[in-house]
Ligand binder design. Structure first.
Ligand code: F6P
Length: 327
């Protein structure tokens, strides 16, 4: 716990960008200004912090951004931040700028960085979960997830039209390096025959069985959804395996970074506004080394230690539902 509320705070976005990050930045900035704090925007995530890329933010710095995808603060991954001397430089830059509290918006890599800044240098930090992957322990939803699944779903609906017209099999690859939240939700909502998630819901033989079962009841087109996992373009490997094992030709559509862009949904804007507000309130209350997340619809503090060491798993109920409804 910090003894007093910070007089000046910094805000940064880090990791993969997510629709709604701008709404979160806007909320942080305006809540803090309303509470009489000064606000500094730190550009390009931790790399910008290390390179001292920052500037004073006013209410108008965040005007007209709530509806914009991406992040006006820019983002990036910063592998150098794994080094202690680089983190020490970052902490020094914060102190020299008079920044007494830091809001970090991002995913688990972002929170690892924030946690170490607190542990090693006593920086007051609060995390806001922003990633399209929805894979942060301690929150039911992350900023950007709702927009991303709706973007992917729109694509699947379009693909279904052409798949049906040509009696084709499609594999649609969605994002999700380590987790299958996007794939499973999009699979259920898009009526996919099978969903491949990094946690390994379906294997190729099982997918082939599903396709054959569909054909037996007169289906002439099918959609499989696959999370990209560790390799973007993994869907091409799956298509090749299906061709070799069963002789079915599959068309592949990799949605890729399309899922990370575009205007945030209303749900993401509201979530981001709530969490940005809560992050500043938490700093005012002297809380640190926490993320503000949503549990049972309420905004709650969760320790960063917990968020970064525990894994959020795709609920079995959804996995079973995806399988059952495809039959
Ligand atoms: O931000 C999360 C994420 O979009 C993952 O779903 C995806 O696997 C990864 O980032 C891609 O990252 P990058 O844009 O750095 O290649």
């Amino acid at each position: 716990m910090a003894n007093t509320a910070p007089r000046k705070i910094g805000v940064l976005t880090s990791g993969g960008d997510a629709p709604g990050m701008n709404a979160a930045v806007r909320s942080v900035v305006r809540t803090a200004l309303n509470a009489g704090m000064e606000v500094v925007g730190i550009y390009s995530g931790y790399s910008g912090l290390v390179a001292n890329k920052m500037g004073s933010f006013t209410a108008s710095s965040v005007a007209n951004i709530i509806q914009r995808g991406g992040t006006v603060l820019k983002s990036g991954r910063c592998p150098e931040f794994l080094k202690a001397d680089v983190r020490a430089l970052a902490a020094n830059n914060l102190r020299n700028a008079g920044i007494e509290g830091l809001v970090t918006i991002g995913g688990d890599g972002t929170f690892n960085g924030a946690h170490t800044l607190f542990v090693e240098h006593g920086i007051q930090v609060v995390g806001v979960p922003g990633t399209i992957d929805n894979d942060i322990f301690g929150t039911e939803e992350t900023i950007g997830f709702d927009t991303a699944i709706n973007t992917a779903l729109e694509a699947i609906d379009r693909i279904r039209d052409t798949a049906a017209s040509h009696d084709r099999l499609f594999i649609v690859e969605v994002m999700g390096r380590d987790s299958g939240f996007i794939a499973i939700d999009v699979g259920v909502a898009g009526g996919a025959e099978e969903v491949f998630i990094p946690e390994n819901l379906a294997n190729v033989d099982q997918a082939i069985q599903s396709i054959k079962r569909g054909m037996a009841r007169g289906k002439s087109s099918s959609i499989l959804v696959a999370a990209e996992g560790q390799k973007q373009g993994r869907a091409y490997d799956l298509a090749e395996q299906i061709r070799r094992k069963a002789g079915f030709e599959a068309k592949v559509c990799v949605l890729g970074h399309i899922q990370r862009g575009g205007p945030p949904s209303a749900r993401d804007r509201i979530l981001a506004s709530r969490l940005g507000f809560a992050a500043v309130r938490a700093l005012q209350q002297g809380l640190s080394d926490i993320m503000v997340g949503v549990q049972a619809g309420q905004v709650v503090p969760v320790s960063l230690q917990e968020c970064t060491t525990k894994k959020r798993r795709v609920p079995n109920e959804l996995i079973e539902l995806a399988q059952l409804l495809s039959h």
